[in-house]
Ligand binder design. Structure first.
Ligand SMILES: [Zn+2]
Ligand SMILES: [Zn+2]
Length: 134
């Protein structure tokens, strides 16, 4: 059994997976999440700061939800996060549409092909000999 202290309230609980938060606090956090979501839906131009103040949530927590694509801000700049690749303000996730598309393209092999690396398996001619150390 994996018993841990809850990061929020300090109570011991059986840790399974994910964030080290006890079931009580997890349920509370989920409630808060719904509040935040409703607030954003009702206030299209709300920024992270507004939401944090109105819903009494950590700005960091809100950003985490945005990164997880659970929350979407109407205004890219309101979320206060930027594309991890090019730095453009984005409203959800980790990358902007452009970088996302690039990633998909490269996954599909549509990017110009780099020269295939030479196979490195055969290393017969090792310049160093093992017994040289002694
Ligand atoms: Zn707790
Ligand atoms: Zn980008």
């Amino acid at each position: 059994m994996n018993v841990r202290n809850c990061r929020k309230c300090g109570n011991l609980f059986n840790y399974v997976t994910g964030q080290p938060i006890c079931p009580n606090c997890k349920a509370k956090l989920e409630e808060t999440f719904q509040q935040v979501k409703d607030y954003i839906n009702a206030n299209g131009s709300a920024s992270v700061r507004d939401v944090a103040r109105e819903c009494e949530v950590d700005e960091g927590q809100i950003r985490q939800w945005v990164r997880e694509e659970r929350l979407v801000f109407a205004e890219p700049t309101a979320a206060g996060i930027v594309c991890e690749s090019c730095g453009t303000p984005i409203s959800t996730g980790r990358f902007c549409e452009k970088c996302k598309a690039n990633t998909i393209n490269s996954l599909n092999g549509l990017m110009p092909k780099k020269e295939a690396p030479q196979p490195m398996k055969k290393e017969k001619e090792s310049p160093r000999m093992r017994f040289l150390d002694k």
